[in-house]
Design a protein around this ligand. Structure first.
Ligand code: GDP
Length: 472
């Protein structure tokens, strides 16, 4: 379909949400300020909610009736198979002794949990792909999470090439003539800026970015998802474990995935969000379904590191079928206990959130939820609207920045807001989910609020290796 149509359709959808965030949050503050109007405002809020759901449903339906549905799946299939084929090619050179290689370390920082380390791991695969090298794990024994290493649960990155030997060796960045480039600059984000590899998301490959941009509402998420899907290819024994769990848990659809990160995350990295805050968005999901005449059992899949939430959810929401298993949550977020069973359990949660849930409600401050969401987006043309995050917007750990670009001018209404000129670039700090986002305007260098609907995501691209010989 024409690019302009797809971009416009998605913009109307997301700005329908933005106006609802704005109005419903403003009505909430008004009701607190003006006691006498409480009842009237509450009635307005109910009406606005109904308007909102009706609009959102109609815009969502456009994608079913515009005749492009088949195209979307075809394009998704062709793009994802192409990326997979290129990865398989780069990772499986016919002669390992001559292959160009990128040597990568497993990060072994105590403060970095499972999801955090997966993000480090995958960073290296982006650089390997971009420079058409085979990613070799320099220190396989350093994967402390599962005895038996990464390959206990997932397929090896390569079937043909694991040796790090080569005729010439250099530290990153080296140059094209060097056979083995050692990427183990302390760890990239602690290295001097000139050593930061430029190919890390949210930067996209120039040769594919145009196509991904038409297909997907948040191209970087789709791109990251493809790489995660590759590294998380399960071993047959892992597939058996997943299947057993699905049977035991009586997994059924439709289902909303709830990821609730508690325990150690709340010490310094994220705030506590009550179960009710998550469930508010789950309820919205089912209200939209009911508007479509779809009345089904309301179901959630609860993935969490806090086992007591299962009882709480079943008590407070008896009309819901709560799928999941508190035993799976007892991984202990205590990082030193993250071994074998714990890791299998985290992967069960990630897998079911990504592969089997229709919608995700979580906090994107958690690496685990961002992993699940990116994988979910690698499995269908565009799942970029199928989430609610109670805190951060999506980001990639270690990204250089995420930019918004202004489409509409704005005159600040108070000292907390910034002025916008069309074309201004803003480094995003976060969406406040009340109609405003916060960020640093690169023109004025000021960090302030701006109305989210007046900007769009800037898509940054670079020339990556383009694998001209790999065709479908
Ligand atoms: P983040 O802290 O959530 O950003 O991600 P990390 O990868 O740094 O840490 C993940 C930690 O949370 C690990 O200790 C896990 O044990 C635990 N964890 C988080 N979410 C889940 C979940 O849904 N299920 C299980 N079983 N464990 C989880």
């Amino acid at each position: 379909p024409p690019e302009r149509y797809e971009v416009l359709r998605r913009r109307i959808y997301s700005n329908t949400k933005e106006i609802w965030y704005y109005v419903s949050s403003s009505l909430g503050s008004l009701a607190n300020e003006i006691e006498d109007l409480k009842q009237k405002i509450s009635h307005m809020k109910t009406m606005v909610d109904e308007h909102y759901r009706s609009l959102l449903r109609d815009v969502a339906k456009l994608a079913d009736v515009d005749g492009y549905s088949q195209w979307r799946w075809k394009e998704f299939d062709s793009l994802s198979r192409l990326v997979e084929k290129r990865l398989l090619h780069a990772q499986n050179p016919p002669d390992c002794s001559k292959a160009k290689k990128l040597l990568c370390n497993f990060v072994n920082k105590h403060s970095c949990g499972y999801g955090c380390r997966v993000h480090h791991f995958i960073k290296c695969l982006f650089v390997a792909y971009a420079t058409e090298r085979t990613m070799i794990i320099d220190n396989p024994k350093n994967w402390k999470f599962t005895s038996g290493g990464w390959e206990k649960l997932f397929l090896p990155l390569s079937d043909t090439c694991t040796s790090k030997d080569g005729d010439t060796v250099s530290l990153w960045p080296g140059d094209e003539s060097i056979q083995v480039i050692n990427y183990n600059v302390p760890t990239p984000e602690y290295a001097p800026k000139r050593l930061h590899p430029p190919y890390i998301p949210v930067v996209l490959p120039e040769d594919l970015a145009g196509r991904i941009k038409v297909l997907h509402g948040d191209p970087a998420v789709w791109w990251i998802g493809q790489f995660l899907k590759y590294i998380f290819r399960p071993q047959p024994s892992t597939t058996i474990l997943f299947n057993e769990f699905a049977k035991r848990a009586h997994f059924q659809k439709p289902i909303v995935g709830l990821h609730i990160r508690r325990t150690d995350k709340l010490i310094s990295e994220a705030s506590l969000h009550k179960l009710e805050e998550y469930m508010y968005h789950v309820e919205e999901y089912y209200k939209l379904k009911e508007l479509n005449g779809e009345y089904d059992t309301k179901r959630i899949y609860l993935a969490t590191d806090e086992p007591t939430l299962f009882d709480e959810a079943r008590q407070k929401y008896p009309e819901y079928d709560v799928i999941g298993d508190p035993e799976i949550s007892k991984t202990g977020s205590v990082r030193k206990r993250e071994l074998d069973d714990s890791i299998i359990n985290i992967n069960i949660d990630i897998y079911f959130l990504a592969y089997h849930c229709d919608y995700l409600v979580c906090t994107f401050s958690s690496n685990v939820c961002r992993l699940a969401y990116a994988i979910m987006n690698s499995l269908q043309p565009d799942a970029s609207a199928k989430f609610t995050s109670l805190d951060d917007t999506f980001y990639f750990s270690g990204q250089v920045h995420r930019l918004n670009v202004a489409l509409i001018t704005h005159k600040a209404d108070n000292p907390d807001e910034m002025d916008l000129e069309v074309g201004d670039e803003i480094e995003v700090a976060g969406n406040h989910w009340d109609g405003y986002s916060k960020g640093t305007n690169l023109r004025t260098k000021k960090t302030l609020l701006y109305p989210t609907f007046k900007v769009t995501t800037k898509i940054e691209v670079l020339p990556f290796a383009s694998y001209p010989n790999i065709t479908l």
